[in-house]
Unconditional design. Structure first.
Length: 179
């Protein structure tokens, strides 16, 4: 059985067929993610997310729209782009916050610079520890987008976006307090 045949939809709930699909299709998905991210470890994370979603929601794949291999590669590329954009947004938010702190103090001592960088590292670590959807909502909020725009961009209900921001802030605060 070839898992890339559009005429045959593999039973992705069957562990053997799912394993075969993973074995056959993960190299292409990883390659698509590496081309976007330029980072093999991050690309592997993307591939794991793609296949976890495929296991949890096998109905998301429609064989009438094309081969499973094309679907998996397309989803991996899209996820990698999302991850890349989130990372860029986070970098901009940290840069902006660093700039705001830097303009408040005309001269920064070496100790202040170390403390500022440590705080930035703690914020990044706290964001890495919260669920992806909540992290994305927080990062997009940090770029200055209003909640209704985030809802439109992510195709998520407004109430869900607000809940993700609220829960993400709570989890980030808890992680920062522990640090």
């Amino acid at each position: 059985m070839t898992v890339t045949s559009p005429a045959h939809k593999p039973d992705l709930r069957d562990p053997a067929q799912f394993e075969r699909a993973y074995r056959d299709l993960s190299p292409g998905a990883r390659s698509a993610a590496v081309r976007v991210l330029g980072d093999h470890a991050a690309a592997e994370d993307v591939v794991q997310e793609v296949f976890m979603d495929l296991w949890e929601r096998p109905g998301a794949y429609n064989p009438a729209r094309g081969p499973l291999g094309s679907y998996v590669s397309m989803v991996a590329r899209a996820r990698a782009i999302d991850r890349w954009r989130s990372g860029r947004a986070l970098d901009r938010a940290v840069d902006r916050s660093t700039h705001e702190v830097g303009t408040a103090a005309v001269e920064e001592s070496a100790a202040d610079g170390v403390l500022r960088r440590e705080r930035s590292r703690q914020v990044r670590h706290a964001l890495d520890g919260i669920p992806r959807a909540q992290r994305e909502a927080l990062i997009l909020t940090g770029t200055g987008l209003p909640h209704h725009e985030i809802a439109r961009l992510t195709r998520t209900p407004l109430g869900t976006v607000k809940g993700r921001v609220r829960l993400g802030m709570k989890k980030a605060r808890t992680a920062l307090a522990a640090a």
